[in-house]
Design a binder for this molecule. Sequence first.
Ligand SMILES: NC(=O)c1ccc[n+]([C@@H]2O[C@H](COP(=O)([O-])OP(=O)(O)OC[C@H]3O[C@@H](n4cnc5c(N)ncnc54)[C@H](OP(=O)(O)O)[C@@H]3O)[C@@H](O)[C@H]2O)c1
Length: 321
Amino acid sequence: MTHEPSSLAAAHEGRAAAAWDLVRALSDHAATLTAAAPQAFALNDAGALIPVAPGDATAVAEWQQGGGWRLTAGVDPALASLVDLYLPICSATPTRPITLGHLGQSLDGFIATHSGDSQFVTGEENLRHMHRLRALCDAVIVGAGTVAADDPRLTTRHVPGPNPLRVVIDPMARLAGDYHVFQDGEAPTLYVYVRRYVTGHAPAPGRAEVLAVGDGPNGVDLAALVTHLRDRGCARIFVEGGGVTVSAFLAAGLLDRVQVAVAPLFIGGGRPAFRLPAADLLRECARPAYRVYRMGGDMLFDCDLRASADGADDGAIARVL
Ligand SMILES: NC(=O)c1ccc[n+]([C@@H]2O[C@H](COP(=O)([O-])OP(=O)(O)OC[C@H]3O[C@@H](n4cnc5c(N)ncnc54)[C@H](OP(=O)(O)O)[C@@H]3O)[C@@H](O)[C@H]2O)c1
């Protein structure tokens, strides 16, 4: 049987939408699950999760206290890899929070050219992935360099789902107040600067709420910022970029996972993805457990920084819808 390209594309979109609906249902359900025993869930005709007995053949996912969500045999195999990618985030709750970083880089390790041109290093599927991460997380963090270069909106306009709290780290309070995140009102924005670097009036960019923090080992007391965000209910934090900001969170040991999407292009020079303290010996280097997902022409490494690579995932490549 042959298929028209348009019917294949429609089927693909339908599967991606169904998988995303399941991801959101699992995400929303996590905070309500408190029982110590494993709990299993199936999908009803309306696509809502309904409890079933553990081991039930129709169960699509099981919740394990302390371990979070795991997919079960009843899930449609065509949806499984997309759902699986997001389970660590869907499993995070106020008592088991998560902070995740993501960068899209070239084969030679850059996220933008010297001039700051970065739209886009990775492809459309990775862009949609970033919007999904925003939708699943309570807060999205970017550095001032990203706001200055891209004037991003940091919303979820490419996928159904809520906008997160937008957090901009501008240590020396250099940004003007006319960027989207400070003016558009599409989601709340928290503007963070370092108290010591600013004398005189506190900055007040547009409609943003302002938070002054101390300076830490990487210029900003990021641990204090994470504590502040947790205290206001942000169990899931997404550090979206740029390289300076994701590297600072990584170096400070504040990331639970880091995702690196590698795109098949060479930039030759520009803004580096990771800037980390150099190791002398390869045996001293961090080798996290990882999973690999294909997104169009890009390869996404999903690294679990709380697990060692020894005996962990086999790194098999799964195609994300
Ligand atoms: N591919 C991706 O995944 C991805 C994601 C996000 C962003 N990007 C790109 O990455 C680049 C930004 O990344 P980055 O590592 O350079 O910085 P960043 O992590 O976004 O921001 C960190 C630092 O940028 C500095 N900064 C640079 N230019 C600035 C300006 N004009 N105004 C205010 N502060 C400025 C600030 O440091 P000081 O005040 O200490 O100087 C700030 O603390 C942009 O080109 C953006 O398009 C790529």
